[in-house]
Design a protein around this ligand. Sequence first.
Ligand code: COA
Length: 270
Amino acid sequence: MVSFTVIKDEKMNYSNLLVNNDQGICVITINRPDKLNALNKQTIKELSNALTDAEDDLKIGVVIITGAGEKAFVAGADISEFVHFSQEEGKQLSQEGQEKLFNVVENLSKPVIAAINGFALGGGLELALSSHIRLASESSRLGLPEVSLGIIPGYGGTQRLTQLVGKGKAFEMISTAEMISAQDAEKHKLVNYVVPQDQLIEKAKELAKKILKNSPQAISRSIRAINSGFQDQEDGFKTEIEEFSKCFGSADFIEGTKAFLEKRKPNFRN
Ligand code: COA
């Protein structure tokens, strides 16, 4: 017989992640500090599983992703794993990574906040770029150094960096392979806020708590509508109309509008 505790322990038992669920917030810490939290195959798989767990857990409303230690968020994909790859293997690495992790982050129905606590390079910056909100500690360094290794960003970086900072800055960052400071990243709208290292998680949780006050179904519909505008085959305005209409009559809509008329705060998470 499998007890509930065993199932829960299995879910929480990761070799390269720490997962903490508390008061509606799931904090996922990538925990390979001796390798600057580089994304190896195992870590990508675990991150994908942890995000799916957070998606399925009705008590969770926001996910925060950060890195263990004070040096790195994630220093990129694990170079040692692809050094001998063929073109076919390279294609699979990029395709599977995008499908199983980076697109999952971007399309999660709950907001994902990247709390960048140091180097965010290559796949590390791409993980942050897939997230919905980015915060960085003051000493963080961000970049896509792939061309210095003879490759290009393969986890969505050429697309998502360009969406955030514009074509000119994306070309500059990718072709020079140079890192930029957290302050420059804020200037170029690559991160929303820069805060002292010891306030990073606190600031991320502060944002998460503001999000948790609002309708979970309306938030997930907003994510869908915003993301839709960046899909070639979709019309974001049409998606907005569809998602907007689906809100009407929902339990959250009834609670939100009723609470307003009764001059009280809505309670969406009972
Ligand atoms: N893949 C695999 N291992 C990595 C890694 C990566 N992307 N980034 C760092 N590491 C490992 C190092 O090999 C080293 O391991 P070791 O102690 O077993 O030799 C350990 O993490 C610490 O890194 P180190 O280079 O000694 O730290 P540093 O402070 O001198 O330099 C960086 C920090 C981030 C500048 C440097 O590690 C670096 O350039 N990393 C690669 C960044 C990159 O190109 N990312 C894109 C990959 S596609």
